[in-house]
Design a protein around this ligand. Sequence first.
Ligand code: 4NP
Length: 154
Amino acid sequence: MIRILFICLGNICRSPSAEGILLQKLEQSGLAQKVKVDSAGIGGWHVGDAPDIRAQHEAMTRGYNLAQLSARQLNLNDFNQFDIILAMDQSNLEALRQMPQGQAVVDLFLNYALQINDDVKDPYYGNKQSFKTMFDVLEHGCDAIIQRIQSQLC
Ligand code: 4NP
């Protein structure tokens, strides 16, 4: 079992979208029983909230369902309860690095997925296009993560 945790600032836009995308791609790849996926926020402002409605709408147009997800805040146990913790941007990554580390590998989402040292940009203060772009980037990254997992499990 590989356990992956996606991290963003609020856990209502980027990381729950990545969770919903990866969950569905794992199902489609027959890997759902071999990988656990979750997401959490650095901050606690939105704890208990469903994903941002703009993310839910874009998810729906692409065939993903985020409605059952609810935001939670990262906690220190996560560093030992996950194998891979992926931060959506450099600022999230720096926040993670300042915490006591566990056994989890901590990396930037796009670096881990595609060896690109870049952020998944925060769409919260953006527009509809910001959410479309976010989904394009997350889908591309999650495809690469599936390939990495497949080669790891073989
Ligand atoms: P996320 O986006 O980190 O992708 O979930 C944000 C959500 C909420 C806030 C900032 C970013 N906020 O400031 O409340």
